[in-house]
Design a protein around this ligand. Structure first.
Ligand code: ADP
Ligand code: ADP
Ligand code: MG
Length: 669
């Protein structure tokens, strides 16, 4: 085994590789750019080398710098991770020329499989079914027109050099061909410096099923089962699982044999993934082969109990594979959610910022592969993947609920993420039924929101959590203000029932709760439905609340400001406003008398954007009246006046972003 390796990557995958190296007693050298100087992967590694400015073209992609660092630190091998230089044939060759081992296949094999046209030829030679198409570069529109007519519309224009879903164009009919070709060529020239485009039949609503293989340098190839990666946005994966509902034992072994045949034909060694597309009649066709470790490799590890990075290191070191095909068995189910810094509501645009609060995840059957911590800065320079949350269960349903609970208690603040979106997918009835296809997100979501309403029981659970936190805070404050004497002795309030009216999005909930602050048992009635709620200790910590509702542990993420509570649970996020029945009435009828007015400023209860201001300087306003509308987490919320008074100044401006506690309006009382 190697004594020391350099990891030519960053973020979660660098940390993932370090974990296995520690287990194998292999020393690690990290590389980092300017902006990554204080990042987690640098601290986790045994040594670290600065390789230049933040843009990856000046650091993580510079062959000489990385190889120079590896040589200078006395490394024996380079692990490229995924992305960056992982599928770069020239880099692999340069590593070898420097006398080091590249942890991946031979340079020539990367080149042959990295080109989609040549890869498809290798697949055909190995007897692997491929998507019907024309497997040569096309430039002439007339030629494509003739070919497309033969193949049948819709057709897909694909870049030979492609990756990351870039440069592909679906063409529905002959009129669209010319523009589609030009724009595909443009995009791929910019992205890959190569504008060769080829043509294949576009399979509608297919599933993406891929086979993980591992091959050593002695001709042994073993397949490790499939992963289903049909949940995609912009041709990129969001949720992956192993095994797949669409694959039975027979199909698994047929696809596995095909993948191994392809690897043998190519002379492959290393871990690798053969990607297939599957139509609704379970016909599968080769799409491409990824000659590296994949983002979603953990789901395979969870169901096979293998360590893929360890196997990569062993075969790269020349060891024979320690396993044979008969040793591979699939146990249970695993699902992964990719957590990315992106805004699902705005076409998955990447987002940046400082992670101001971050909760780690632990738990039975939960694995977190994370590259960030509180204080990490998410910059524009690299990929938006922050972490991956992976679950395991005996059944798909067990893995699904475990992952949902994990996401319910995973909290990342400061940067917009797709955490809620991913959780929402896991909760979607079509996902539950396993009705998956690459069109899933387009079919079931619009601007990041599910096209169907969340189940009422989920909303009611959120109402319970919000009301309980509000109630406890209100009363704990009141209790702590009472003189000691009043706290001891019997409660002078025999009736411990409390009623609240909770407004949330388009719903009004009537809530009745009964329980003592000092006890852990509560009974709730929400719009007539009864719930038994247990708070083992009042566990509200780092924005997370744990409750047992009707015997089931549930986690919520909550943020409060006065009577506004933001709650996130099972992919729903809502802002609830909590009123006593009396306050609610007053808020409805805008009381004329001055009562209970203290504060003379209106602060923003949440971060968001001001979308409307309903009053002007000099207006008379009443407590409870909505004054400003703020959009946050894709929802508009009215922010109501804390007092009766006259508007002295409007600090808020339409279209302006506001932070929690920012002054929106000041009043003369
Ligand atoms: P990349 O290198 O960008 O990963 P792939 O060839 O793997 O390119 O394709 C990415 C995704 O595009 C697939 O997962 C699938 O959703 C979709 N796709 C690719 N080829 C086809 C096809 N012929 N028909 C329908 N969808 C396709
Ligand atoms: P931390 O969450 O890092 O411990 P704080 O000191 O801000 O930081 O809060 C202490 C605890 O008080 C939190 O863990 C949480 O339980 C609660 N808390 C304080 N402010 C809020 C808020 N605005 N929303 C939700 N919980 C809060
Ligand atoms: Mg692919």
């Amino acid at each position: 085994m190697f004594e020391k390796i350099l990891i030519a990557n960053r973020g979660e995958i660098a940390i993932r590789i370090i974990r296995t190296c520690r287990k194998l007693n292999v020393k690690t050298v990290a590389v980092y750019s300017d902006i990554d100087a204080r990042s987690l992967h640098v601290r986790e590694a045994d040594e670290a080398v600065h390789i230049g400015p933040s843009p990856s073209a000046a650091s993580y992609l510079v062959h000489e710098k990385i190889i120079g660092a590896a040589v200078a630190q006395g490394c024996h091998a380079v692990h490229p991770g995924y992305g960056f230089l992982s599928e770069n044939a020239e880099f692999a060759a340069a590593v070898v020329n420097a006398g080091l081992v590249f942890i991946g296949p031979a340079s020539g094999v990367i080149a042959a499989l990295g080109d989609k046209i040549s890869a498809k030829n290798i697949a055909m030679k190995a007897g692997v079914p491929v998507v019907l198409g024309h497997n040569l570069p096309v430039v002439d529109v007339e030629e494509i027109r003739a070919l497309a007519a033969e193949i049948g519309y819709p057709v897909l224009l694909k870049p030979a050099a492609g990756g990351g879903g870039r440069g592909m164009r679906i063409v529905a009919g002959p009129d669209e061909l010319e523009t589609a070709l030009r724009s595909a060529q443009d995009e791929t020239r910019k992205a890959f410096g190569d504008d060769r485009i080829f043509l294949e039949r576009f399979i509608t609503a297919p599933r993406h099923i891929e086979i993980q293989i591992i091959a050593d340098q002695h001709g042994k190839v073993v397949s490790l089962g499939e992963r289903e990666c049909s949940i995609q946005r912009r041709y990129q994966k969001v949720i992956e699982e192993a095994p797949s509902l669409a694959v039975d034992a027979d199909l698994r072994s047929r696809m596995g044999e095909m993948a191994c045949a392809l690897a043998r034909e190519a002379g492959y060694s290393n871990a690798g993934t053969v990607e297939f597309i599957m139509d609704d009649r379970r016909n599968f066709f080769f799409m491409e082969m990824n000659t590296r470790l994949q983002v979603e490799h953990p789901v395979t590890e969870m169901v096979t109990s293998l360590d893929l990075v360890e196997l990569q290191l062993r075969v790269a070191a020349g060891e024979p594979l320690p396993i044979s095909q008969k040793d591979v068995s699939i146990k249970g189910w695993s699902i992964e959610a990719r957590i990315c810094a992106e805004d699902s509501a705005r076409n998955f645009l990447p987002s940046t910022g400082l992670v101001t609060r971050y909760s780690n995840l632990k738990g039975r059957n939960v694995r977190l592969d994370s590259g960030i911590e509180a204080g990490s800065f998410i910059s524009v320079y690299y990929d938006s993947l922050l972490s991956k949350v992976i679950s395991w269960g005996e059944t798909r349903e067990a893995a699904r609920t475990t992952l949902i609970q994990a996401l319910n208690r995973y909290h990342i603040e400061g940067v917009t993420t797709n955490l809620g979106f991913a959780n929402s997918i896991l909760n979607h009835p079509a996902f539950i039924k396993g009705e998956l296809s690459t069109g899933f997100i387009d079919n079931h979501y619009k601007e990041g929101e599910a096209r169907i309403d969340p189940p009422m029981e989920q909303l009611e659970a959120m109402v319970i959590a919000s009301t309980l936190v509000y109630h406890s805070r209100q009363n704990l404050v009141r209790e702590s203000l009472k003189p000691m004497a009043a706290k001891v002795g019997p409660s002078h309030k025999p009736d411990n029932r409390h009623r609240y009216v909770v407004k949330g999005h388009n719903n009004i909930f009537e809530v009745e709760l009964a329980g003592e602050l000092t006890s852990s048992d509560w009974s709730f009635k929400v719009n007539g439905t009864e719930y038994r709620v247990v708070t083992p200790i009042f566990e509200f910590y780092r924005r997370r609340l744990r409750l047992k509702i009707n015997g089931q542990d549930q986690y919520f993420r909550l943020q409060y400001r006065e009577n506004f509570i933001w709650a996130a649970y099972c992919g729903n996020s809502r802002i609830f406003e909590i009123y006593t029945p009396r306050e609610w009435e007053l808020a409805q009828y805008m009381p004329k008398e001055k009562k209970g007015a203290q504060a003379n400023v209106l602060l923003s209860p949440l971060p968001g954007m001001v979308v409307n201001i309903l009053v002007n300087k000099g207006d008379r306003v009443y407590r409870g009246q909505d004054l400003v509308i703020i959009e946050s987490m894709k929802m508009e919320s009215g922010v109501s006046s804390p007092c009766d008074g006259i508007v002295e100044d409007v600090a808020a401006a339409i279209g302006k972003a506001v932070e929690t506690d920012e002054v929106l309006i000041t009043f003369k009382l």
